[in-house]
Design a protein around this ligand. Structure first.
Ligand code: CP
Length: 320
């Protein structure tokens, strides 16, 4: 179910300097990003997928952690809006010679980018830059803290599939403890009226989780039962997410989304995963590739949502 593209919002009406997390966005601002992304999605359906909206603007993409979806979709978004963009990989930069994050960014800022997109293994790194730099800073994922554009693209995908967010039952299952995707979705979905249930092994549910107000369970079946949306999370082995499980097989048996567990959700439920997937660990291939899976729709939405974020943050209203 797709929404009719709206007229894009005037970027002057979006007054944020940076996009660092979902908590600092109001419901109206989230709505504005999602509506603007609808207009961007319409551009992405054209034969010539390019508009001059960000001509003369420069975006620097700094990825200190690996990425496929986020990095490529930001780069595609920048090209589609005709921004100039440069991409930086930590391994081939002077960061490998010991240059600090702040020095790296101050040096980049001297080359006058309008925005810096940053993914970093340290929680809070984008916030630190935003306090120290004049240009816009966009968080493309920081440690275990936040992944705001992922939550926005997830919301966009859900809204397209279900026509709304308000009143939906969303199960977020798996490695909640190490997941910035879970944290950002937990900040966004209840704000937009959805009811979230978190499920995972006790060792992968952070101690502070009870304070979020979300329903929490250690049984995936309980979370999935009657859900409109089932969002599976990657086991983040690189952050310690595999700890406490003797094998992937045991994790899959207790917490994997199998076709049998999928049947507990509503018949018209959608299945989501931010990627990259550990097939046969948190999700069965038959479910990932089966009916109701919107996993590739999420990837497609990533381009439109990141175009919307760039436009609202550094688009120019009127003649300049
Ligand atoms: N969902 C996501 O952030 O994927 P990447 O790590 O590939 O960017």
């Amino acid at each position: 179910m797709s929404r009719k593209p709206e007229t894009p919002a005037d970027p002057a009406s979006f007054t944020k300097k940076d996009l660092l997390d979902i908590e600092s966005l109001s419901k109206a601002e989230i709505q504005m990003i999602l509506d603007t992304a609808e207009s961007m999605a319409e551009i992405n359906k054209r034969t010539i997928k390019k508009v001059p909206t960000l001509r003369g603007r420069l975006v620097a993409n700094l990825f200190y952690e690996n990425s496929t979806r986020t990095r490529f979709s930001f780069e595609i978004a920048e090209r589609r809006l005709t921004a100039d963009s440069i991409s930086f990989a930590a391994a081939t930069s002077s960061a490998s010679k010991g240059e600090t994050l702040l020095d790296t960014c101050r040096n980049l800022e001297a080359m006058a980018p309008d925005a810096i997109v940053i993914r970093h293994q340290a929680s809070g790194a984008p916030h630190f830059l935003a306090r120290n730099l004049k240009c816009a800073v966009i968080n493309a994922g920081d440690g275990t803290h936040a992944h705001p554009t992922q939550a926005l693209l997830d919301a966009f995908t859900i809204r397209r599939a279900k026509g709304k967010l308000d009143g939906l039952r969303v199960a977020i299952c798996g490695d909640v403890r190490f997941s910035r995707v879970a944290r950002s979705n937990l900040a966004l979905l209840p704000k937009m009226g959805a009811e979230v249930t978190l499920a995972g092994p006790r060792t992968l549910l952070p101690p502070e989780i009870e304070r979020t107000g979300a329903r929490v369970t250690t049984r995936i079946e309980e979370a999935v039962d009657g859900a409109d949306v089932v969002m599976m999370l990657r086991v983040q082995k690189e952050r310690g997410g595999g700890l406490g499980f003797p094998s992937d097989r045991e994790y899959f048996e207790l917490f994997g989304l199998t076709p049998e567990r999928r049947k507990l959700a509503r018949k018209d439920a959608i299945v989501m995963h931010p990627g990259p997937m550990n097939r046969g660990v948190e999700i069965d291939s038959a479910v990932a590739d089966g009916p109701g899976s919107v996993i590739l729709d999420q990837v497609e939405a990533g381009v439109a949502v990141r175009m919307a974020v760039l436009y609202l943050l550094i688009g120019v209203s009127g003649d300049e």
